[in-house]
Design a protein around this ligand. Structure first.
Ligand SMILES: [Zn+2]
Length: 145
């Protein structure tokens, strides 16, 4: 997840948008609530759509290294094709230029996909569950009587 930079979080409590740190991204990845660095209240990514988008980021991290390999191979192939007389020098230059252009377009697109702002929702206070459990116990007791 370290390569996925530029992801921001928006706190529902204090309405502040901030850059998410690696440990906060890890917390989101394992669906664990964490403290907002500004209002210190507990937040969590609750939107299923954004969660899916966030999880698909891992795929985009691999785009950069694979594009470097692809571009290098394409450039070498164009060079060899020129040496063996398959294409002219101008043709080789054109192929190389187009390859480099595609390379940067894909990387730009990948970077845009990685730049997102996650809406961090507040988490219900942790004492909500015991109260719920107490009510259930009370109901069960009433039912027994
Ligand atoms: Zn906050």
């Amino acid at each position: 997840m370290t390569a996925a930079i530029g992801i921001k979080g928006h706190c529902a409590h204090c309405d502040i948008t901030f850059e998410l740190k690696p440990w906060q991204l890890n917390a989101i990845a394992i669906h664990e609530p964490f403290d907002c660095p500004y209002c210190q209240r507990i937040v969590q990514l609750d939107c299923p759509r954004q969660l899916r988008q966030f999880k698909s980021l891992n795929r985009w991290v691999l785009v950069r290294p694979s594009m470097v390999v692809l571009t290098c191979v394409a450039l070498i192939v164009a060079l060899v094709a020129e040496w063996t007389g398959l294409i002219s020098v101008v043709g080789q230059l054109n192929v190389s230029l187009v390859t480099v252009l595609i390379h940067f377009l894909v990387l730009r697109y990948a970077r845009q996909r990685q730049r997102m702002t996650l809406d961090l929702q507040g988490v219900h206070p942790t004492n909500a569950l015991p109260i719920e459990q107490l009510a259930r116990i009370a109901c069960a007791r009433l039912g027994q009587q």
